[in-house]
Ligand binder design. Sequence first.
Ligand code: DAH
Length: 343
Amino acid sequence: MQSLQEKLAAYEAEIRGFKPADATELEAFRIRFLGTKGIVKALFGDMKHVPAEQRKQAGQMLNSFKELAESCFETQAAQVQNEQTPNGAASDDSSLPGPLLPNGTRHPLRVVENRIVSIFERMGFSEATGPEIEDDWHNFNSLNMPADHPARDMQDTFYLSQNPDWMLRTHTSSVQARILEKGTLPVRVICPGRVYRNETISARAHCFFHQCEGLYVDEGVSFADLKQTLYYFVTEMFGAETKVRFRPSYFPFTEPSAEMDISCTVCGGKGCSLCKQTGWVEILGCGMVHPNMLRNFNLDPERYTGFAFGMGVERITQIKFRVNDLRLYSQNDLRFLKQFEAL
Ligand code: DAH
């Protein structure tokens, strides 16, 4: 252990003192420390000779050593690039082409959101959005959730401290209210957006996330329409072989209500960790628009019917691209984001 420590100390001194004159020296540094045959790799390779009881400590030392080498490389690379730009010290020739800016990539959630919206657009839905700061009427009351409704407890709400009648919307169902109050029928909308809940951030929960709401209201809309629409969505998003099933559920704004599962896209239904060995994964809540809600917007439930559904964009992305930690979406880590470059 002592000798490893000494070795690392010497390398660390070298790294901290490193100041490349140009890109060639920088590249030499990268190869020496971080290359596939470099020092970091070799030191990790030597771990197998470290006695088991010292391995944990040695591993931690090596990890921080590796981070030091990487961050030094990144800082120096930025520096070298800076000096090479036409506006920098290395050149004052204004006829040179400007530096190439690296291409950005679309965020995976946006990729999936766009796909969801475009599938529904192909079925005649139009995109609609609403505000993220909502009042009680649009987020709860008009959706058949009056102040004493127990279902309000299912969603931990962020209220605005100045006026608790206002809140960050807890679901995109609020956009249903915004659309219905306009009073023009038929309504066939798909509404993507960000929502907020007072949850402790972990791999499985976040205080903000994204949903996509769907709403179709007209004369003669039936549960069969709901099923076929969602089935088409699933086959377009996950492939023609995907199966769906509906389980009875409860939402205040729909009656009857259901949750929809799809056959697990990872194991094909045999059972794996994504589907918790059941072969099915839940992807959305849905149902027939509750008559009370139609009445709230002066629509006659004897004449008009509708269906609604709401899905989590993170959930669809998790299933589609196997992202299993919600925090990754908002950490802005390029190593994660770049994996979606080609989409
Ligand atoms: N708003 C529900 C939620 O956030 C999701 C939902 C369920 C939306 C059923 C709907 C619906 O439109 O019909 O959990």
